[in-house]
Ligand binder design. Structure first.
Ligand SMILES: Nc1nc2c(c(=O)[nH]1)N[C@H]1C(S)=C(S)[C@@H](COP(=O)(O)O)O[C@H]1N2
Ligand SMILES: [Mo]
Length: 568
């Protein structure tokens, strides 16, 4: 009886000197191979993106594409849970999904190389489609995904080779290998040997045992890690070439012909009330909300703002044309996000310089039939701003300066829109490259498509900043302080109540501008024990902040901010 008639041999026949590896260990190694192949793919893709632009990186492109596809409740959860770190969370999430996928691809690849490679091609395809179809994307943006998929396939092949084969793709490989070793093809003896060897391999594979070249697997893994790290790190470095920080700092901000009003003495209560945010938010502390995974980098020398649609004289403007205008204004404005929760911190204040929006739009002959301006940014965002407000709200502007500097890149460099009194999602398009005068009937902007309110007037709002919620302090006198805002109307009154007592008027900081938040402070006497502190504001139009609690969706949160503190 020959081997071949005997059926599977009781033990596998590993290559001489190679220890036997069980099926579980082989599968684990294959999963690791998948993971490492994915790392090589991503590293090479980052390297390619280093020549094309960060937004063409598949991770960034896929993450960016995922943002608009993410259901609104998930997004709200992400913003609430991760706050302004939501983007890091998204990238980590994208990588985690990819890692699980890669582990599976590795294990599938062990059974069938063809399926494994197909898995990588699918992964490359997802990156390709995401990069090419992004608003500012072109076919060139698909190159990093293609390069990554090719490198990943090669890496998977190299990493799986030392793990031996299983039935399926392995049959052909071994047949080919056997054929290669048998020069006298066609002789019965050679055929027998090839067949015998094949059966042996199949038998071993059926029991999940195979000749695993551990040494070669380790060496190949090390090479893969090195390639992934060097290519990835190098790519990220190269991507910095596209950053406009240097060009930004070379820009000289023009002087406004209409400077901001002088601040009254004692304007900033934060100078005497510790724990209160300063009247003006430093640029680095300014809140940030947008959907851009990589901050758009618009070169000032190539910048252009294009007016289209219902304008009598639609045209484009270079940055110098905007900087050189002789009607630049400087204004103090508090910007607020519709997603701000009661007590939230998605509101900040800056001294802005910009082109008066109403005058600018009238010059271009904006037509009376337009009720919506669709503001477009370089990353494809569309923000629908009411034409009426853009024309009529005093101090609405195309902002170019923020607290004495050109706009920070993350806050819309080089040009963004600002319309006081409206939440940012309908008024404050960053990285502004186009304004289309149109109608609400003709176009749904990004947030409107997601069922946020079409118009977004800011609610009268107040917040306790100090003491912090759940703080313990000695019983006795305690300063309670915070901010309140009702842009365009101004704050007339802020009241605080302790537990179930009557509301008491707080001291207000001097009014600087109706578009600016107003700080307030009230000393209260607290006996030993737990207390609840509640604040409410009234705007100059006489609207008292409502106690009715509503969530931010769809038109801004309402309700009083209330905190618990403990006097000891
Ligand atoms: N291009 C672009 N502009 C945008 C956004 C965005 O996602 N993309 N977000 C808007 C929202 S919701 C807000 S609240 C403000 C925030 O501006 P900031 O990041 O400078 O604070 O920008 C607005 N402009
Ligand atoms: Mo927002």
């Amino acid at each position: 009886m020959t081997d071949t008639e005997q059926g599977p041999a009781p033990t596998a026949a590993p290559a001489a000197g190679t220890p036997r590896t069980g099926p579980a260990a082989r599968r684990a190694a294959a999963a690791l191979a998948g993971l490492l192949a994915a790392a090589v793919a991503l590293g090479v893709a980052e390297l390619a993106a280093g020549f094309i632009g960060a937004a063409s990186s598949p991770v960034i492109a896929v993450g960016n594409a995922a943002i608009p596809l993410t259901p609104e409740p998930v997004k709200t959860f992400a913003i609430r849970t991760f706050g302004e770190d939501d983007k890091i969370a998204l990238v980590v999430g994208t990588l985690a999904v990819l890692a699980i996928y890669a582990l599976v691809v590795g294990m599938v690849g062990l059974r069938s190389r063809a399926l494994g490679y197909a898995g990588i091609v699918v992964f490359g395809l997802v990156g390709f489609v995401a990069a090419v179809t992004r608003p500012a994307g072109g076919v060139l943006d698909g190159v990093p995904s293609v390069a990554g998929a090719l490198a990943g396939t090669a890496a998977l092949a190299a990493l799986l080779a030392p793990l031996g084969t299983r039935p399926g793709s392995g049959v052909e490989e071994h047949a080919a290998a056997g054929g290669g070793r048998v020069p006298a093809a066609g002789t019965a003896r050679a055929d027998d040997r090839v067949l015998g060897r094949l059966r042996e391999v199949l038998a071993a594979a059926d029991r999940g045992n195979a000749a695993v070249d551990r040494r070669r697997f380790l060496v190949t893994s090390g090479v893969a890690v090195g390639v992934a790290a060097v290519a990835g790190g190098g790519g990220r470095l190269l991507q910095r070439r596209f950053a406009v920080a240097g060009e930004r700092s070379d820009l000289a901000l023009p002087l406004p012909s209409s400077p901001a009003a002088a601040l009254p003495p004692g304007a900033d209560l934060a100078e005497r009330v510790p724990g209160l945010p300063p009247l003006f938010t430093a640029n680095r502390d300014f809140y940030r909300v947008d959907t851009a995974l990589v901050v758009p980098q618009l070169s000032p020398s190539e910048y252009s703002l294009t007016l289209t649609g219902m304008f009598d004289s639609p045209r484009s403007f270079g940055l110098a044309e905007l900087f050189d205008r002789d009607d630049l204004v400087e204004r103090d404005i508090t910007l607020t996000c519709v997603s701000n929760e009661v007590g939230g911190t998605l509101a900040s204040t800056a001294r802005w310089i910009g082109v008066p929006l109403g005058a600018f739009l009238r010059e271009a002959g904006v037509q009376p039939g337009s009720d919506q301006l669709v503001c477009r940014s370089s990353d494809g965002m569309t923000i629908g701003t009411p034409t009426r407000a853009a024309l009529d709200v005093e101090d609405a502007m195309l902002a170019i300066g923020m607290n004495g500097e050109p706009l920070p890149v993350a806050n819309g460099f080089p040009v963004r829109m600002l319309v006081p009194g409206l939440y940012g999602y309908v008024s404050a398009c960053k990285w502004l490259t186009g304004i289309e005068a149109t109608t609400y009937g003709a176009f749904d902007a990004y947030w409107t498509e997601r069922n946020w309110a079409i118009d977004g007037p800011i609610e009268v709002f107040s917040r306790i900043d100090t003491p912090a919620s759940l703080r313990r302090f000695p019983a006795g006198r305690q300063a309670v302080a915070g901010v309140a805002w009702a842009q365009t109307r101004g704050i007339a009154r802020v009241e605080v109540k302790v537990d179930d007592a009557e509301f008491v008027d707080a001291e207000l900081a001097p009014e600087v501008d109706a578009d600016l938040w107003r700080q307030w402070v009230l000393p209260v006497d607290l006996a030993v024990g737990q207390h609840q502190l509640t604040v409410r504001a009234t705007d100059r139009a006489g609207t008292v902040q409502t106690a009715v609690r509503t969530p931010p969706f769809p038109d801004g949160a309402t309700g009083w901010h209330s905190i618990r503190v403990i006097a000891t």
